[in-house]
Write a protein of this length. Structure first.
Length: 85
């Protein structure tokens, strides 16, 4: 399973920020958590089997709470959000 750090590292490639100079991890992690909240509202079925009633922000070492096949879409969301700020 992918971790949140894996999502951020994947998002950094199109941002040309592999050295982590332009975008701090905390900013990108905030965007990833926002993306997960939006997914939970729009597609709650992706979170079946997770019995928490409220979304808790993920940290870099947490595993991705959705299937890995949706990881690229989340990293693309992080990239797009970072580019528009």
């Amino acid at each position: 399973m992918s971790t949140m750090q894996d999502i951020l590292d994947r998002a950094r490639q199109p941002l040309n920020d592999v050295d982590k100079v332009r975008y701090p991890d905390l900013d990108l992690l905030k965007y990833a958590n926002t993306g997960l909240r939006m997914l939970r509202l729009k597609r709650p079925d992706l979170f079946f089997g997770q019995y928490a009633t409220q979304f808790v922000d993920k940290v870099l070492t947490d595993t991705l709470p959705i299937d890995d096949e949706y990881g690229p879409a989340l990293s693309d969301y992080v990239t797009a959000h970072a580019e528009t700020v």
